[in-house]
Design a binder for this molecule. Structure first.
Ligand SMILES: Cc1cc2nc3c(=O)[nH]c(=O)nc-3n(C[C@H](O)[C@H](O)[C@H](O)COP(=O)(O)OP(=O)(O)OC[C@H]3O[C@@H](n4cnc5c(N)ncnc54)[C@H](O)[C@@H]3O)c2cc1C
Length: 464
């Protein structure tokens, strides 16, 4: 084998690619991972999950102090100021620490990092920065990028995407978020907490498409209470710059009279699209589907033997943990082991305050499949949440009416992103609602609300 030959080359070092690379190397494969960014970790670590969570955490601290919420706990502040530069510094420090951590893990596991853009030259070879590399197998983990909105051209100054929205040098007076999905609501929350008036324009009748109906309603109620101006069933048809402002033209989604909204900053967050441009897939004999994704079977095989794909570039939810689990599974398959991802049990979380989380079927999906029983428990009935003044939200468990097997769990709660792990584990083990109801949960924790929602499936919660 020449120096440039590998057992496995992974294209993309996001959560799918870097995890696949480390596991493959752990299992003895001579592995390389290519990325065109200066740092490892892909969208997630550089411009996605991590920087957004850093700003969500920092802005939550600021809002707590600024809104007087801390004073209600007897913590008085004076001379409070926002130091946005320091906040961005904390974000950059988090990115640096974590991307450097992947670099360390690559060295530790002897994964070779190939820097540059990869393109296929044949089905068993690629070119990176003018050098040719061959491998027995390839994993495409090239992730996704922001979907543009025709008529609203992103300039990264006044009209921003999720990446430039993380880097604003000044808190906008008014920010319009186009798209009421996860990323728009998270980044909208950051800037609203720091002082912006935030208007969310959503094409559909409700925000958070794909989530359980009750959760969508409760989330909209809470976000409105927080000061978001949410305009559903509305479409943006164009944007014009006037002085320092952007004038957006909107109209009812079903058609009707147009009106305008003036904003200092417009965030386009209508979704993400798979990254396959410049990969020269055709040279490897590969094509994409209509959505631009690379289709794979349950073992992550594409239509070309020896080429696999995982993460955002493939169909399914665009989530870091889905990509990571697929990364582990594909590496194990390539090392001759069994690698499985249960795509029925992938939790999703919105990291607002309160957090919003779900796993499995929504109530609407479950009812379309057959008879169900539903148990719901309000966070107001949970002693810890009530004590912490985090009474907004609920936990809801959807179980099969006959077998009692849990089909879906949805929740709005301050720490829902952590609580949902229990639900995912229960579903992975095929738990019934009774299994959860009779599992001892520590007191006082928010997680007791999961137990009570399970008890509510049979009509017997205690604290409501
Ligand atoms: C603002 C924001 C917040 C998010 N928050 C969350 C969250 O809280 N939780 C969550 O689960 N998900 C979140 N996501 C989604 C998450 O980031 C993605 O689902 C995840 O990063 C996908 O991982 P991946 O490995 O498929 O690809 P990516 O992370 O997109 O990585 C792909 C990498 O491949 C590189 N690449 C692409 N083409 C080539 C090529 N030809 N040659 C070399 N390199 C190439 C790219 O530059 C990139 O570095 C968020 C996304 C955004 C934008």
């Amino acid at each position: 084998m020449a120096d440039t030959d590998f057992d496995l080359i992974i294209i993309g070092s996001g959560p799918g690619g870097y995890v696949a690379a480390i596991r493959a190397a752990q299992l003895g494969l001579k592995t390389a991972c290519v990325d065109s960014r200066d740092t490892l970790g892909g969208t997630c670590l550089n411009v996605g999950c991590i920087p957004s969570k850093a700003l969500l955490h920092a802005s939550e601290l600021y809002e707590e102090a600024h809104s007087g919420a801390l004073a209600k706990w007897g913590v008085k502040t004076s001379g409070l100021e926002l130091d946005l530069g320091a906040m961005h510094g904390a974000r950059l420090e988090a990115i640096k620490g974590l991307t450097g951590g992947i670099e360390f893990l690559f060295r530790k596991n002897k994964v070779e990092w190939l820097k540059g853009h990869a393109k296929f030259t044949a089905k068993d070879s690629i070119e990176v920065a003018g050098k040719a590399y061959r491998a027995k197998n390839f994993v495409i983990a090239t992730g996704s990028s922001v979907t543009p909105l025709p008529g609203v051209e992103i300039d990264h100054q006044r009209i921003v995407d999720s990446t430039s929205a993380l880097e604003l040098a000044k808190v906008p007076g008014t920010m319009v978020v186009i798209g009421g999905g996860v990323i728009g609501l998270e980044l909208g929350s950051v800037w609203r907490r720091l002082g912006a008036s935030v208007i969310v324009v959503e094409y559909l009748d409700q925000i958070l498409p794909g989530m359980d109906g009750d959760v969508r309603k409760e989330a909209a109620r809470i976000f409105k209470k927080q000061g978001f101006d949410i305009r559903t069933a509305t479409k943006v048809t164009g944007a014009a710059k006037k002085g320092k402002k952007v004038i957006l033209t909107v109209e009812p989604a079903k058609g009707g009279a147009a009106s305008t909204i003036e904003a200092d900053t417009v965030l386009v967050s209508i979704g993400r699209r798979p990254n396959t441009e410049g990969l020269d897939l055709a040279k490897a004999g590969l094509a994409t589907n209509k959505a631009g994704q690379i289709e794979v079977d349950r073992d992550f095989k594409t239509s070309v033997p020896g080429i696999y794909a995982i993460g955002d570039v493939t169909p399914g939810p665009m989530l870091a943990h889905k990509a990571e689990d697929e990364g582990i599974a594909v590496a194990e398959i390539l090392a001759g082991q069994i690698g499985i991802v249960n795509h029925e049990v992938i939790p999703s979380v919105v990291y607002t305050m309160p957090e919003i989380a779900g796993v499995g079927l929504t109530e609407e999906e479950a009812r379309a499949q057959g008879e169900v029983k539903v148990g719901k428990f309000p966070m107001m009935g949970n002693s810890r949440a009530k004590t912490n003044r985090e009474g907004d939200g609920f936990v809801k468990i959807i179980a099969d009416a006959k077998s009692d097997r849990v089909l879906g769990v949805w929740m709005v709660a301050s720490v829902a992103g952590t609580m949902i792990a229990e639900a995912a584990l229960a579903m992975e083990f095929g738990a019934t609602s009774e299994d959860i109801a009779y599992t001892c949960h520590a007191h006082p924790t928010h997680s007791e609300a999961v137990k009570e929602a399970a008890m509510a499936v049979t009509g017997k919660p205690i604290h409501v």
